[in-house]
Design a protein around this ligand. Structure first.
Ligand code: 2NL
Length: 265
């Protein structure tokens, strides 16, 4: 009886979902660079999700087909704006800036929602954004940080990376971040070759956004970045199909999931 009970170690049940694994890896990497994790509500108001971010009323991202609008309004009495499912994790940074004095150094990982569904889009997905507010910080610091963080994430000593000029309403200047890769016959190798792969967006926080959060842009500067967690997970762990993340298939989870104590299942 006793011997049987001791030897009958139960087979492991359940595994860590790749989204959770990648989120935790990124939290650990950014913790080394002095970042803490910030969180906020998934049901937001139009002010924190759009207006504070310098996104104009007419911006296509606000239209019904991209944003899930809920019934009702949210916000301080007298200043209510329409309730939405947050379309990015940026409102978490807005709330952090409104509630805290700079310097600020945070990452905001979390669930986000857009009314978009096809091979490469799911209505619910995950983002990680980062925000640094300090004196005399610049695009060079941003580029160095992202290069170190992405190299650590992909387990590489060196990772070729470039900034490509871009536009976001909430940053100026803005850039897309590409990392070096090699596209083979049936494999993608990151960190080798002479091809480029878009991985994130970033820029210096727009002075209007700082002002909207009560921060004087003549005294403080900020940089911010954002990227999709599913995309990072697909690239690092060779997961070919986005939609399998949300299918709840136990065999898929057994294959791609991670053991609770760190190893791949
Ligand atoms: C992308 C690009 C980005 C940010 C996110 C941000 C947040 C605040 C102020 C300014 Cl509060 N910027 N976030 C900035 C640049 C790019 O994400 O492609 N995401 C998937």
């Amino acid at each position: 009886m006793v011997a049987a009970a001791i030897s009958a170690t139960p087979a492991p049940q359940g595994s860590i979902h790749p989204i959770t694994q990648v989120t935790n890896e990124l939290i650990a990497i950014f913790a080394e660079f002095g970042f803490t994790v910030a969180e906020g509500p998934e049901i937001e108001d139009d002010f924190h999700n759009f207006s504070a971010l310098n996104i104009p009323e007419s911006h296509p991202a606000r239209q019904m087909h991209d944003t899930f609008y809920l019934r009702g309004m949210l916000g301080e009495p007298g200043q209510e704006t329409p309730a939405v499912l947050r379309t990015h994790t940026s409102p978490v940074q807005i709330r952090t800036m409104l509630a805290n004095k700079p310097p600020i150094r945070i990452i905001a990982p979390g669930t986000t929602y857009r009314s978009d569904s096809d091979m490469t889009h799911t209505p619910m997905f995950h983002q990680i954004e980062g925000l640094v507010i300090d004196k005399s910080i610049n695009m060079g610091h941003l580029k160095g940080l992202l290069n170190d963080a992405l190299a650590a994430f992909f387990g590489l000593e060196k990772l070729p990376m470039r900034f490509r000029a871009s536009f976001f309403p909430f940053t100026e200047p803005s850039a897309e971040v590409d990392i070096g890769c090699k596209r083979g016959r049936d494999a993608l190798v990151i960190g080798e070759g002479d091809d480029w792969l878009e991985i994130a967006g970033c820029g210096m926080v727009h002075p209007n956004v700082l002002r909207n959060c009560g921060i004087d842009p003549d005294e403080w500067q900020g940089f911010a970045f954002g990227c999709g967690i599913e995309r990072l997970a697909m690239l690092k762990y060779n997961i070919p199909d986005l939609r399998t993340f949300f299918a709840g298939d136990k065999r898929w989870l057994t294959h791609y999931g991670f053991a609770p104590l760190g190893g791949q299942q």
